[in-house]
Design a protein around this ligand. Structure first.
Ligand SMILES: [Zn+2]
Length: 60
């Protein structure tokens, strides 16, 4: 296998599923000491998209 997508693959491993994002938005998730969720969302366009889409749907 090529190593080209290694970083992307690692990022995807940390991707939040829809349930986690929903709970995160509802602030029911216990804050993580290192802020891994926030950190991942900050660096992952994919999760940011899911997050903003869900945030919008919750606001409506
Ligand atoms: Zn992600």
């Amino acid at each position: 296998m090529s190593r080209v997508g290694e970083q992307a693959a690692r990022d995807t491993t940390n991707c939040l599923d829809e349930t986690t994002v929903t709970l995160f938005l509802a602030r029911r998730l216990a804050p993580t000491p290192s802020g891994v969720l926030e950190q991942h969302i900050d660096t992952c366009p994919r999760c940011r998209r899911v997050l903003s889409a869900l945030a919008r749907s919750l606001r409506e």
